[in-house]
Design a protein around this ligand. Structure first.
Ligand code: 4NP
Length: 159
């Protein structure tokens, strides 16, 4: 069955829409049918395009970002198989939104899927950083999405 993945960060204009775009790009090139979306724990940027600095950094790697920001909501636990958060603050907020234990078990930390960046226990917020911050986010996202996709393709049909 088609698997459904939701990435979550704070504003839904930098990290999680980039994760959405990176995974979609990889899934498309491997013909994997996966439903992918992203959302933020903070709704203040709802309706906005992603941060231009994030879009430009992704574009330099050939990845287009078209997402419009939205806030995560309780119904997302029904719609998605996995909710993958960028940092501990996101984890706490999403955990508190989960209606039951089964929903709580759908929450993952993005870095669980990274193998090349053991020094990072979260995906750092690039909002107040320079260009290197955005490049680091994409390095982490490419690392983790590659392994996440491999896992999703292995699990295909089980869920
Ligand atoms: P994101 O980055 O969580 O990766 O989308 C941020 C975007 C906006 C804000 C903070 C982080 N903000 O404070 O508005």
């Amino acid at each position: 069955m088609k698997q459904r993945i939701l990435f979550v960060c704070l504003g839904n204009i930098c990290r999680s829409p980039a994760a959405e775009a990176v995974l979609r790009d990889m899934a498309t090139s491997q013909n994997a049918e996966i439903e992918i979306d992203s959302a933020g724990t903070y709704g203040g940027h709802a309706g906005e395009k992603s941060d231009p600095r994030m879009r430009e950094a992704a574009a330099r790697r050939g990845i287009a970002m078209t997402h419009r920001a939205r806030q995560v909501r309780e119904e997302d636990f029904d719609r998605f198989d996995r909710i993958i958060v960028m940092d501990d603050n996101n984890y706490e907020r999403v955990f508190r939104l989960a209606p039951d234990r089964a929903a709580q078990r759908k929450i993952y930390r993005f870095v669980e899927f990274c193998t090349q960046h053991p020094e990072w226990s979260y995906v750092p917020d690039p909002y107040y950083e320079g260009r290197e911050g955005f490049e680091l986010v994409l390095d982490l996202l490419e690392d983790g999405c590659k392994n996440l996709l491999a896992e999703l393709m292995t699990n295909d049909g089980r869920q």
